[in-house]
Design a binder for this molecule. Structure first.
Ligand code: MF3
Ligand code: CO
Ligand code: CO
Length: 263
């Protein structure tokens, strides 16, 4: 499928879906604490989405080719889990870091965002990984403008991660988003400046770098979804859905509780 340019009406719908996804992340923030299970976080988010927002949790029963249907409404990826962690009986302990990834569907359009949370006090090393990963996402976002190339985003993210001695996960990437959860283009979090698709106003896609404290290699668990670092090093991820605007970039997954950009 070619990369779509969204109409003004479609962009209005994407703004709404994006804000709603971000508001789920706001809602769950104070509930991420030692002693809570990831399954409880899922159930709370599910009830908020369906009951309060009137949104559909896009992950639930999502089954891309080669995957079995995803069984829950959000992804919770703890410590050395990279992404797609399935919520369940696991109880968060003080010092855990957890990514919560929320994708909602509202009026046929998707909003996709994730943030990192701390259960209790993280180690200095964990906090540094989480902060640098947030900066990586923002380095990517700051490259977005008409005429820029996708490779500019990847190159900027990769340079920042590697400058801090961290590594970029290669197997998963950002993606176009709209009426479908995952559309073209693929937004790699590594690459070469000037390479790849030229951005045009009206394109909507995610930037969602997964950064490992150790080596980049990953493996998939037997549940068919959860991705972990091969060397068991910590991994972090942040995600926004963005729009290429007439003269730059607009963050679509913004809410009252969205963390501010790094200085
Ligand atoms: N939200 C993830 C992304 O950012 C995709 C999760 S697919 C799921 O692309 F099925 F695991 F939910
Ligand atoms: Co995404
Ligand atoms: Co996501």
């Amino acid at each position: 499928m070619p990369v779509q340019v969204k109409s003004a009406e479609e962009i209005d719908s994407m703004r709404i879906a994006g804000r709603l996804a971000a508001e789920v992340l706001d809602y769950i923030a104070p509930r991420v604490r030692p002693g809570v299970s990831t399954g409880t976080l899922n159930d709370l988010c599910h009830a908020y989405m369906v009951g309060e927002q009137g949104t559909v949790p896009a992950p639930l029963d999502y089954a891309p080719p080669g995957y079995k249907p995803y069984p829950k409404s959000i992804c919770t990826s703890v410590n050395h889990q990279v992404c797609h962690g399935i919520p369940g009986d696991r109880i968060l302990r003080a010092g855990d870091i957890v990514n919560i990834d929320v994708t909602v569907i509202k009026d046929g359009f998707h909003g996709d965002s994730s943030r990192m949370y701390y259960a209790g006090e993280p180690s200095i090393q964990a906090r540094r990984l989480v902060d640098v990963t947030y900066e990586c996402m923002w380095h990517g976002i700051r490259e977005v403008r008409p005429g820029a190339h996708l490779g500019d985003i990847g190159a900027s993210i990769q340079a920042h991660a590697e400058r801090h001695g961290f590594s970029v996960v290669r197997e998963f990437c950002g993606h176009g988003i709209g009426r479908r959860f995952h559309e073209d283009p693929q937004v790699l979090h590594y690459g070469k400046r000037g390479a790849g698709l030229r951005l045009e106003p009206g394109m909507t896609f995610t930037i969602e770098p997964m950064i490992n404290a150790g080596k980049a290699a990953i493996r998939e668990l037997a549940d068919g979804w959860t991705i972990v670092t091969k060397d068991h090093s910590l991994s972090a991820q942040w995600e926004h859905t963005v729009l290429v605007s007439a003269n730059g970039v607009e963050i679509l997954t913004r809410s009252a509780g969205t963390p501010s950009p790094p200085s």
